[in-house]
Ligand binder design. Structure first.
Ligand code: MGD
Ligand code: MGD
Ligand code: MO
Length: 736
C-alpha cells in the first residue's frame, strides 16, 4: 500500500489527532495511527461527550490516501480532449504551461475569458480554492460563477423573508421541541452538521414526535420518525400553503406573534383563501397536486400549529426544484404563523443546513483573502439578486446551472464574455453539473482546461493539464462545524504522495511563476496561527493542534432571532420593514411573476402534468448517498461494497415494466441515457425514481452512461432565485 512513499521516516508509531471534513457538511475527529510515516489505522473520537465520531467515509480515509489510482504527478494531455490519455511532466513544465496559457488568454481575449469554478473538496479554512482565486485576481481577475449547488432557493427565500441567511439553531435545541418535522431531510446520511443524528436519537428517546415528509422512506425516517408522509417531488409549497389554509380557517395561528413581528399576512391570506384567484388552497386542492391525502394535510396542520414549540426543518433538496424558493418561503411563513421563530424548540423554517451555522458564536481570525476581482467588481447587478452580505458565493454573472450553456454560447447567448480557459478547483465538472452531455460539449469547445485533482475523475479526463493535490491528512488546516460547536485541527499525518502539493503551495508557486509579488504574508503554519490568534474561543494554538479538536461549550443552545423576538424594539429584523416579511416589497419590485411577493405554489417544468410525462412519466430525484461525498469516494472498494449504485423504483412501477429487483434497466430522456441495476422497493413512492448523485460518468461507445451518473438526465436550469434544479427531471425506465 505504501509503495509510493519514498521518504520513509524513522521507525516509529504514533497517534495523531486530526479532522475529517470532506464536503458533507460535518467535521469529525480522526484518531490516526501512523507507523513509519504511513497511516496504518484510523479510529475516531472516544473521548468525552459530545463525541464527534467519523462516519464510514472518514473511517475509510486510509484507502483513499493510498488508492492505487491516486494521482502522483502533474499530467499533460496527449490524446483528444476527453480521451483520458496523459503523459507525466514536471511541476516546472506544468506551471510554465499554466502561466503561459493564463497570459495568452488574458492578453488575447481579456481576463473575463478565464472562467474560474471551485467547490467543496475538503471544507477547510486555509487550503481551498481561495488560494487560486487570489492569484487570478492579482493578475487581472477572471469570470466567476454564482449560485451554490446546494441551497440557493433557500438563501433567496431567507434573504427575502428574514433579511439574513443566519436562520438556524444549534442542533442541541431540537431536544426542546415537541414535534420535529424532517421535510425532505435525511441527516442520518447527509450529516448536515456532525451529531445531528445523535440529537435526533436523543429526541426519539425523550418521546419527541418526529415526522418525515419525503418521496422516499429514508434512513432517517426508518431510524427516527413515527410517521412518513410521501409527497410528489416539487409540490411541497402546495402542501405547506394548504396547511396555512387549515390554520387560518380554524384560527390556529399565533395572532399576537403575527401582529408583532410580521408584515403582509393579509396578502397571503387573500391568496390562500382564494379571494384573489377564486381557488381556495384547501387540503383537497393540495391533495390533487401533492398526492398527500387531504385528511393527512389537515391533521398535520393542526398538529404543527398546536404542538408548539415545533421544529419545521426545511430540507434543501425540495428547494433544488424549478421554483424552489416558493417552498422555502412557505415553510418560513408557516413557522411565523405558528410562533415558532426565535424560541427554543422551534425553527425559523430556514434552510436545514445553515451557511456557517449560527455564525454569531463562531470566531476565527483572518485567513488569506483575495483582492477584489477586477472582472466582476463593476458588473451590473444581476436580475433578482437580493443583498447578501457575507455570502461569498454570490459573486459572478453565470449561474452554476448555466455554466455549460455560457461556455457554449458566450456573448452571442447573452453572457458577459466568451469563455476560453476553464480553471477548476475542488470540483468535478462535468460529473456534478446538470446535463453532463452538454457539459462534455462545452469542455470540448474550450481552448484550455486545467484541473486540480487527486484522481483521474470524469472531470480530469477532459483536462489539458491535471495537477495533483494533497488530501486531508497530508497538510495542516482547520475545519469547523457550524451548528454543533466543533473546531477541528486537521493535523498532517503523512507526507503527500508523489509530487502532490497543497493548495497554498500551488498558489505560491503559480504566483512566483507569474511574477506576482506579495502573494502570501505567511506560510501554512503562520496562517493557521494567525487564524487561531483571532479566535475568542481557542486560547492556545499548540494545545488545539495537539488535541486536534476544540469542543465549544455553550451555556444554552443557540436560537436564531431570539434577540428579535425577546426585544423587538431594539432588535429589528434586518429586512426593509424590520419585520418578518410574509409579503416582500423587494420581491414585488422585481416585477417577475416567477418570484411573487408572497409564497405561492407554481407548477414546475417537467412536472407530472407536463405533456412530456406521456413519454417520460417518472420523476427523478438525485439524492446524496452514505458511501460518497458527491463524486468523492466513489472509487473506494470498501465503500463500494457497502452500497450498489442503482435506480430505486417503486414495486408498482417495476411490475408495470416487468422489472425485478437487480435487473439491468435503461433510464433515459431526451438529454441522456444510462444502463444501471434497478432496486425494486416500497421505500420510494410510485411515480418517483431515485439515482443517487455522484457516481462517475462512464460512457460506452454509444454515449450510454454505464457509471450511474444521474446528471446525464438532468436539465441545466435554475430557479428564478438561483436554485440548482437537480430534482426536477422526467425520465422513463425500461427493462433491457
Ligand atoms: N453522505 C453524504 N452527505 C452529504 C453529501 C454527500 O454527498 N454525501 N453532500 C453534502 C452537501 S454539499 C449537501 S448540499 C447536502 C445535501 O443534503 P440534502 O439536499 O438534504 O440531501 P438529499 O439526499 O439530496 O435530499 C434529502 C431528501 O430530500 C428528498 N427530496 C428530494 N426531492 C424532494 C422534494 O421535492 N420534496 C421533498 N419533500 N423531498 C424531496 C430526498 O428523497 C431525500 O431523502 O448533503 C451534504 N451531506
Ligand atoms: N443531480 C445532482 N447533481 C448534484 C447534486 C444533486 O443533489 N443532484 N448535488 C449538488 C451539490 S449540493 C453539490 S455541493 C455538488 C458537489 O459537486 P463538487 O463539489 O464538484 O463535487 P465533489 O465530488 O465534492 O468534487 C470535489 C473534487 O475535488 C477534488 N479535489 C481536488 N483537490 C482536492 C483537495 O484538496 N481535497 C479534496 N477533498 N478534494 C480535492 C476531489 O478529488 C473531487 O473530485 O454537486 C451538485 N450536483
Ligand atoms: Mo452541496
Amino acid at each position: 500500500m505504501s509503495a509510493h512513499h519514498d521518504h520513509r521516516q524513522p521507525a516509529s508509531e504514533e497517534v495523531i489527532y486530526s479532522t475529517h471534513s470532506s464536503h458533507c457538511g460535518g467535521a469529525c475527529l480522526l484518531k490516526v495511527h501512523v507507523k513509519d510515516g504511513v497511516v496504518a489505522r484510523i479510529e475516531t473520537d472516544d473521548g468525552a461527550d459530545p463525541q464527534f465520531r467519523a462516519c464510514v467515509r472518514g473511517r475509510a480515509y486510509r484507502q483513499r490516501m493510498y488508492a492505487p489510482d491516486r494521482l502522483l504527478h502533474p499530467l499533460k494531455r496527449v490524446g483528444q480532449r476527453g480521451e483520458g490519455r496523459f503523459t507525466r511532466i514536471s511541476w516546472e513544465e506544468a506551471l510554465d504551461t499554466l502561466a503561459r496559457e493564463l497570459n495568452r488568454v488574458r492578453e488575447t481575449y481579456g481576463p473575463a475569458a478565464i472562467l474560474f469554478k471551485w467547490s467543496g473538496g475538503d471544507t477547510s479554512v486555509l487550503h481551498n480554492a481561495m488560494c487560486h482565486y487570489k492569484v487570478l485576481n492579482m493578475i487581472g481577475g477572471c469570470s466567476d460563477v454564482w449560485g451554490t449547488f446546494s441551497f440557493d432557493g433557500g438563501l433567496f427565500a431567507e434573504l427575502a423573508t428574514y433579511g439574513t441567511v443566519d436562520t438556524g439553531n444549534t442542533r442541541d435545541d431540537l431536544l426542546n421541541s415537541r414535534l420535529i418535522i424532517m421535510w425532505g431531510w435525511n441527516p442520518s446520511v447527509t450529516i448536515q452538521n456532525t451529531n445531528t443524528a445523535w440529537y435526533l436519537a436523543q429526541a426519539g428517546e425523550a418521546g419527541i414526535r418526529i415526522v418525515s415528509v419525503d418521496p422516499r422512506y429514508t434512513e432517517s425516517n426508518a431510524t427516527f420518525s413515527q410517521q412518513w408522509i410521501p409527497i410528489v417531488p416539487g409540490t411541497d409549497a402546495a402542501m405547506l400553503i394548504a396547511m396555512a389554509y387549515v390554520i387560518i380557517k380554524e384560527n390556529l395561528q399565533d395572532q399576537a406573534f403575527l401582529d408583532t413581528y410580521t408584515v403582509g399576512l393579509n396578502h397571503f391570506k387573500h391568496y390562500v383563501l382564494g379571494l384573489e384567484d377564486g381557488v381556495a388552497k384547501t387540503p383537497a386542492w393540495a391533495e390533487a397536486i401533492t398526492g398527500v391525502p387531504a385528511a393527512t394535510i389537515a391533521a398535520f396542520a393542526r398538529e404543527y400549529a398546536t404542538a408548539t414549540p415545533a421544529a419545521l426543518i426545511a430540507g434543501i433538496a425540495p428547494g433544488r426544484t424549478a421554483y424552489g424558493e416558493q417552498y422555502h418561503r412557505a415553510a418560513m411563513v408557516l413557522a411565523a404563523m405558528t410562533g415558532n421563530v426565535g424560541v427554543h424548540g422551534g425553527s425559523s423554517g430556514g434552510r436545514s443546513w445553515p451557511t456557517a451555522g449560527p455564525t454569531a458564536y463562531f470566531s476565527l481570525g483572518r485567513g488569506p483573502k483575495s483582492p477584489r476581482n477586477p472582472v466582476e467588481a463593476d458588473a451590473p447587478p444581476r436580475r433578482n439578486a437580493l443583498p447578501a452580505f457575507g455570502v461569498a458565493m454570490r459573486r459572478g454573472q453565470v449561474n452554476t446551472a448555466k455554466m455549460s450553456d455560457a461556455i457554449l454560447r458566450g456573448r452571442a447567448g447573452g453572457y458577459p464574455a466568451d469563455y476560453k480557459l476553464l480553471y477548476l478547483v475542488d470540483t468535478d465538472y462535468p460529473n456534478q453539473y446538470l446535463d453532463v452531455n452538454k457539459a462534455v460539449r462545452a469542455l470540448k469547445s474550450l481552448e484550455f482546461v486545467v484541473v486540480f485533482e487527486q484522481f483521474t475523475t470524469p472531470g480530469a479526463r477532459f483536462a489539458d493539464l491535471v495537477l495533483p493535490t494533497c488530501n486531508s491528512l497530508e497538510k495542516n488546516d482547520i475545519a469547523l462545524d457550524g451548528a454543533t460547536g466543533f473546531y477541528g485541527y486537521m493535523n498532517k499525518a503523512a507526507e503527500p504522495p508523489g509530487e502532490a502539493r497543497s493548495h497554498l503551495q500551488i498558489g505560491m508557486d503559480l504566483a512566483a511563476k507569474l511574477g506576482v509579488a506579495d502573494y502570501s504574508e505567511h506560510t501554512e503554519d503562520g496562517w493557521l496561527r494567525e487564524i487561531v490568534k483571532g479566535s475568542r474561543d481557542i486560547a492556545d494554538y499548540d494545545v488545539f493542534k495537539k488535541d486536534g479538536i476544540h469542543k465549544l461549550r455553550m451555556a444554552e443552545p443557540f436560537v436564531a432571532f431570539k434577540a428579535q423576538i425577546e426585544d423587538p424594539q431594539n432588535n429589528p429584523f434586518p429586512t426593509p420593514s424590520g419585520k418578518i416579511e410574509i409579503y416582500s416589497q423587494r420581491l414585488a419590485d422585481m416585477d417577475d411573476p416567477r418570484i411573487p411577493p408572497i409564497p405561492r405554489y407554481i407548477e414546475t417544468w417537467e412536472s407530472r402534468r407536463d405533456p412530456l410525462a406521456a413519454r417520460y412519466p417518472l420523476q427523478l430525484v438525485t439524492t446524496h448517498i452514505m458511501r460518497r461525498a458527491h463524486s468523492q469516494y466513489d472509487n473506494l472498494p470498501w465503500l463500494r461494497e457497502l452500497q450498489t449504485q442503482a435506480v430505486s423504483v417503486n414495486s408498482a412501477d417495476a411490475q408495470a415494466r416487468g422489472i425485478n429487483d437487480g435487473d439491468m434497466v435503461r433510464v433515459f430522456n431526451d438529454r441522456g441515457r444510462m444502463v444501471i441495476p434497478a432496486r425494486v422497493t416500497e421505500r420510494i413512492m410510485p411515480g418517483v425514481v431515485d439515482i443517487p448523485q455522484g457516481a462517475w460518468y462512464d460512457p460506452d461507445e454509444n454515449g450510454v452512461d454505464r457509471g450511474g451518473c444521474c446528471n446525464v438526465l438532468t436539465r441545466d436550469e435554475h430557479s428564478p432565485g438561483g436554485a440548482f434544479c437537480s430534482n426536477t427531471t422526467l425520465v422513463q425506465v425500461e427493462r433491457i
